[in-house]
Design a protein around this ligand. Sequence first.
Ligand SMILES: Cc1cc2nc3c(=O)[nH]c(=O)nc-3n(C[C@H](O)[C@H](O)[C@H](O)COP(=O)(O)OP(=O)(O)OC[C@H]3O[C@@H](n4cnc5c(N)ncnc54)[C@H](O)[C@@H]3O)c2cc1C
Length: 351
Amino acid sequence: MQVKKDIIAVMNVESNLDLRLFSTMRLGGRARHVAKIKNKDDIFEAEKFARENNLKIIVIGSGSNIIWKDSGFNGLLLVNEIPGIDIEDLHDHKILKVGAGVNWDEFVEKTVQMNLSGVEALSRIPGKVGATPIQNVGAYGQEVSQTIVTIEAYDTKTNQYVNIKNEDCGFGYRTSRFKTEDKNRYIITEITFKLQKDFPNLPLYPAVENYFLDNNILVTDPKTIRLAVINIRKNKLPDPSEVANNGSFFANPIITSEHFQSLQNKFQNISYWETGDGHYKISAAWLIEHAGFKNYKDDETGMSTWTSQPLVLVNESAKSTQDLLKFKQKITSKILEMFEINLEQEPELLP
Ligand SMILES: Cc1cc2nc3c(=O)[nH]c(=O)nc-3n(C[C@H](O)[C@H](O)[C@H](O)COP(=O)(O)OP(=O)(O)OC[C@H]3O[C@@H](n4cnc5c(N)ncnc54)[C@H](O)[C@@H]3O)c2cc1C
């Protein structure tokens, strides 16, 4: 294929790159083209380059919630590196406009240093700011949608920049319109957050509350909560820069009350939450553990489950995404057979 040299010179497109560099699971084939985007001009150029060369575009942050197929990506992969944090100080809150390529946890740290409240419980979640609305990241009682005012994005349908208000983002539990009806339509470039100066005395999430009790901590300001969450997460989850993984690999399944009753008759200690609408959310970690995959190493595929959290699948020595999918199949088949539950995968398989 003939590619336009002038565009490559400006935007620095690289070709035939190993996609394992762009997923924290470190598996997958090769990308035809990859470019880093650092500003709006880069996006216009990338879009033009893709149009002229008839290429599909995928934009990513740090690759912590994606897995690449072994067949690779025959298009243009854009890695979002748009920087910048602008802060406006208002009387009881601050408005922060943050570039989509800013590292999420560095942003959280900055907000906590300013003693602002709103995202402190989302500490140590890997990835970049621009990816957080896609699945409405959440942890320890906070969700990013609670602090987002607007999202600035390039609309690849109309070739224009748009500002999407919070109420138009279709946010729900681990979802948004960017993951569903408008998947791959928008390139998110900047997010505006509203964070509070006053720290509301909200009930703490049980794991954080227990940490405070165990460590005799009485102050519940954003800094203390961040520190607690970091310590809890360090003990429970592997660091993707050291251990290849995508965090929780399966979502907690939601089942009907009849299904739940029949399971509870057989498994008295099943771990669950009531959803409030007559359904039951079952702990996927409990299911995996009780299906025999706690602290499990699979020699055939080179995959394992993480010692302190079986919901995390770890690539120890897998050779391909096929190996990971084979291991996933072993787990899901056993769970289907034992509990009649179909576990759903959380990280996205691309393209
Ligand atoms: C150890 C570990 C722990 C985790 N813990 C949590 C947790 O507690 N809670 C939670 O919710 N998630 C968690 N995750 C998942 C993950 O960190 C989040 O989903 C995060 O927001 C992904 O960011 P990223 O930059 O790596 O996105 P990527 O994986 O690069 O991309 C994810 C999706 O977003 C899209 N995307 C990325 N950037 C843009 C953009 N600028 N514009 C449009 N689309 C874009 C991509 O195309 C893809 O569909 C965890 C992951 C790991 C590895």
